[in-house]
Design a binder for this molecule. Structure first.
Ligand code: FES
Length: 130
């Protein structure tokens, strides 16, 4: 059987949480100014408590989606989320990393502008946009 790129993944899921801090008053704002450092810390603790094997949660510099942040992206799928509360983090952990679905109401708009937030997992067309 041929080896696929997924076979070569070191982590089952690799989560990047933007913790970039810009000066107060910057036009784009920053994820750290919206609480992303504490949310990242909480996510790491909860992921460990949940015993999520093969999941790595890292800090990231600016992911260039500042206005929609705090920005989180999960690979290998490249799914983008905006999480502003601990409850949002719990939802991402449960729905994406435990259940293997999507925390749809926290998805950022796709690069094409498509809003998939009200599409159920069952109806998802796996367009790759989320
Ligand atoms: S500051 Fe977080 S995406 Fe730019």
């Amino acid at each position: 059987m041929a080896e696929t790129p997924k076979d070569n993944l070191y982590y089952r899921a690799h989560v990047f949480c933007c913790t970039n801090q810009r000066p107060d008053g910057h036009a784009r704002g920053s994820c750290a100014a919206k609480g992303s450092v504490k949310l990242r810390d909480y996510m790491k603790v909860r992921a460990k408590e949940l015993g999520l094997d093969g999941v790595r949660i890292n800090s990231a510099g600016c992911l260039d989606r500042c206005e929609q942040g705090p920005a989180i992206v999960i690979y290998p799928e490249g799914v983008w989320y905006s999480a502003t509360t601990r409850e949002d983090i719990d939802e991402i952990l449960q729905k994406h990393l435990v259940d293997g679905g999507r925390a749809r109401n926290l998805l950022m708009p796709t690069s094409s502008g498509r809003d998939c937030s009200d599409v159920s997992d069952k109806d998802c067309e796996n367009c790759g946009g989320c």
